[in-house]
Design a protein around this ligand. Structure first.
Ligand SMILES: [Zn+2]
Length: 120
């Protein structure tokens, strides 16, 4: 792949990363000890207010799956950036073949080639 294309994809990845982190920081806190891990803030509820407690807990449980999915996207992006830095970007993690440029342009954080990802 041309360096120019990689640079373009890298810029896109960084932009995506920024967006995801912004979205996550709306309801979760970055785990200072675990790289790439975010924790949904557990609601602090004033004591004795059961009704409020219930709705806050409900909010927390809806946030969790969203947090998880954003976190996974973020991890793939970090991984892709890591590969770019090491010069191994665009290689399928499963079969070690080059992922097609077309596919990477559509999804810069792709970890598998089209063939392997259809088997997952
Ligand atoms: Zn593959």
């Amino acid at each position: 792949m041309e360096q120019k294309t990689i640079e373009k994809l890298k810029a896109e990845l960084l932009l995506k990363k920024e967006r995801l982190e912004k979205e996550l920081s709306g309801f979760a806190t970055k785990d200072p000890f675990l790289k790439g891990d975010w924790d949904s803030r557990y609601p602090r509820v004033p004591e004795g207010n059961l009704e409020e407690a219930a709705s806050e807990v409900e909010e927390y449980s809806t946030a969790l799956p969203i947090e998880h999915s954003l976190e996974l996207q973020l991890q793939s992006i970090d991984l892709a950036l890591d590969h770019i830095a090491k010069g191994t970007y665009g290689i399928c993690e499963k079969c070690s073949k080059q992922i097609s440029e077309e596919r990477l342009l559509a999804m810069p954080e792709a970890r598998f080639c089209a063939e392997c990802s259809s088997k997952i």
